[in-house]
Design a protein around this ligand. Structure first.
Ligand code: FES
Length: 144
C-alpha cells in the first residue's frame, strides 16, 4: 500500500483555500517545536457560520494536506462544528495518515481552535477556556 492516500496527495498537490485573508474575524497560528512546522488559519465568520477559511502552512506535505482538508471541512459550518473538529476527523477525511505524520493533523485542529479563540476574544464573546487545552501556555494567553 502506498504510504499516502490519494486524498492526501490530492490535497498536497492542489491545496484548497491557500492564502492570506484580509479582514479575517479570527486568526490562529500554531507550530510544532519538534519539526519546526508552522500553520496559520484565517476565518471569516458571519452569523455564527464559518463563511470562509484560508491557511498558510510552512511545513510538510501532510501538514499542507491537513490544513487544506480541515478548511474544507469547516467552511459553511457553524462555529460549534469547527470547535468540535478533531485531528482524527481530519485524518479520516484524508483516508488516513502514516502514524509518524499524525502530529501534522494535530496542527490543523489546534490552529482552528486558536483562530476561534481569537474570534471570541476580539468580539468579547464569553467562552469555555477548558475547550482550549493549552490555553494557559500558548503565546496568546501568556503574552496578553
Ligand atoms: Fe511536522 Fe508535518 S512533519 S507538521
Amino acid at each position: 500500500m502506498a504510504l499516502y492516500s490519494d486524498k492526501v496527495m490530492d490535497h498536497f498537490r492542489n491545496p484548497r483555500n491557500v492564502g492570506v485573508m484580509e479582514n479575517a474575524d479570527g486568526v490562529g497560528e500554531v507550530g510544532n517545536a519538534k519539526c519546526g512546522d508552522i500553520m496559520k488559519i484565517y476565518l471569516k465568520i458571519e452569523n455564527d457560520i464559518i463563511v470562509d477559511a484560508k491557511f498558510e502552512t510552512f511545513g510538510c506535505g501532510s501538514a499542507i494536506a491537513s490544513s487544506s482538508m480541515a478548511t474544507e471541512l469547516i467552511k459553511g459550518h457553524p462555529v460549534s462544528d469547527a470547535l468540535a473538529l478533531t485531528n482524527k476527523a481530519v485524518v479520516e477525511a484524508l483516508d488516513g495518515l502514516p502514524a509518524h505524520k499524525i502530529h501534522c493533523s494535530v496542527l490543523a485542529e489546534e490552529a482552528i481552535k486558536r483562530a476561534l479563540q481569537d474570534y471570541y476574544e476580539r468580539n468579547g464573546i464569553a467562552y469555555d477556556r477548558s475547550q482550549f487545552p493549552d490555553c494557559e501556555n500558548c503565546a496568546h494567553c501568556r503574552d496578553h
